[in-house]
Design a protein around this ligand. Structure first.
Ligand code: EPZ
Length: 421
């Protein structure tokens, strides 16, 4: 956390350099955000190590402080102490900056017995409703209404329940685990999400004294009276690791990624091998030797399926394959916003509903493009790394939400990239 989050308007990438070398993978955005929210479950100090300097984390700190947390930062160690929670939610404008603010509902309901939050608006990739979260809170005995764009929930104490999710929502699973951890009695969540970030949250909560176990198709939570402080290092970011591996594959380089966990990336590694790469997992990292890409057929789905967050970067890579690739996005209803930007670089892509057909020509040309969301921004970086000429990417604040110092990492691997501030 020593480096403040990046500022800057554009990234300029000159394509054609193969990536080679070694690079460390930062801590997972999607692991640390629920863990930071879960710190509200105790009044004792919670210390998190290797905290990434990304804007979603910075915004989470702003919200935690607005809820009454005291935050001290020493390098990339952060200690959060919330002796008492202010239940009046901070200004909606702060909440709207961060979709993950919905993850405060579970901890605040569990600890305070009531919570009022502005509805997290939909975002570019979909409506992103919260019905599954609300259904679960009601099963735990809470009442909930939505009035004037705010969601209110209340009920104390929460009681254990047997909950079946209609879809394995990551955020809903995380919210319900946090709420049930302080409920009276036992809770079972069936049809839950099992992404590595959910498992990491469970591991974190158990270091605080929670009693959570998982089986193949369910999560079991035995409610406890209180949780204690702890210190914890969240997992590395599998989506950042996957993005850097793909960059090496596309450019035909050889890259060593420290902290990358192959166990979190099986479907991504399988697709990279299908594309022609060689992958060598080892104790605390992954080495990849890229050889360009071949056409692929990709279907995104909840873990352990192919991660939706890797869909956009892989679409960019498929533009360099010679032949037709198909990409089915089954998780979000509107996650093809990067298609128009890739077309500006010469991509030949047709979209029919939730399926995109990429007629790979083996080449793209540089262009002025704009990041529309976090992973679309990553896709444009992948495209720029091999496109002929110069690519100028605007709205890179999207990228800074979830990739710590991406251009510094690519630069140290040999990319020709510069941030224009
Ligand atoms: C998490 O979002 C991640 N964000 C997303 O990463 C990721 O793409 C997503 O999980 C799927 O893996 C964080 O962890 C902070 P969901 P989340 O609830 O929890 C629908 C990134 O780029 N749904 O699993 O919001 C929803 O509309 C971000 O890092 C309901 O219908 O995802 C979506 O279509 C993007 N009702 C699908 O389920 C609900 O109550 C998956 O959503 C909740 C979700």
């Amino acid at each position: 956390m020593t480096s403040t989050t990046q500022s800057g308007k554009q990234l300029i990438i000159t394509g054609g350099s193969p990536l080679n070398g070694r690079c460390g993978v930062s801590t997972s955005k999607n692991a640390i955000l629920p863990i930071l929210a879960a710190s509200l479950l105790t009044s004792e100090p919670v210390t998190i190590h290797k905290v990434p300097a990304i804007s979603d984390v910075k915004n989470m700190f702003t919200l935690l402080r607005a809820f009454g947390a005291r935050i001290s930062i020493a390098g990339d160690d952060v200690t959060i102490t919330t002796k008492s929670i202010k239940t009046t939610s901070p200004a909606a404008n702060i909440m709207e900056k961060l979709r993950a603010s919905i993850l405060f509902m579970g901890p605040m309901l569990a600890r305070e017995g009531s919570v009022t939050l502005p509805l997290p608006g939909g975002c570019r990739i979909g409506a992103r409703p919260i019905d599954i979260h609300i259904q679960g809170f009601r099963a735990l005995g809470a009442k909930s209404v939505t009035v004037n764009g705010h969601v209110h929930a209340w009920g104390r104490p929460l009681h254990g329940a047997d909950i079946l999710l209609r879809f394995p929502s990551v955020g809903a699973t995380e919210n319900l685990i946090m709420a049930a951890s302080l409920a009276v009695g036992d809770t079972v969540i069936r049809g839950a999400a099992f992404e590595p970030e959910v498992t990491d949250l469970i591991r974190f909560l158990n270091t605080m004294g929670a009693r959570i176990e998982t089986a193949s198709d369910r999560i079991m939570i035995r409610g406890v009276k209180a949780l204690s402080g702890t210190e914890y290092t969240p997992i590395a970011d599998r989506i950042e690791a996957g993005t850097l591996m793909l960059a090496a594959a596309v450019t035909g380089g050889e890259v060593d990624l420290l902290r990358a966990d192959a166990g979190h990336l099986k479907p991504v590694c399988d697709k990279l091998i299908e594309a022609g790469a060689e992958i060598f997992p080892y104790e605390n990292g992954i080495r990849i030797r890229g050889r360009g890409v071949r056409p692929l057929n990709i279907v995104s789905s909840p873990f352990p399926g192919f991660p939706t967050d890797m869909q956009a970067p892989f679409m960019a890579a498929c533009c360099f394959a010679k032949g037709r690739s198909t990409i089915d996005e089954t998780v979000f209803e509107n996650r093809f916003l990067h298609v128009d930007e890739l077309r500006k670089m010469g991509a030949d892509i047709t979209v029919n509903g939730r399926t995109a057909y990429v007629n790979g020509t083996g080449r793209l040309h540089g262009a002025e493009v704009s990041a529309t969301d976090l992973r679309a921004g990553a896709a444009l970086c992948i495209a720029g790394l091999l496109a002929q000429g110069e690519t100028v990417i605007s709205n890179i604040y999207h990228i800074d939400r979830g990739y710590e110092n991406l251009e510094a990492k690519l630069l140290c691997l040999g990319a020709r990239i510069v941030r224009l501030s």
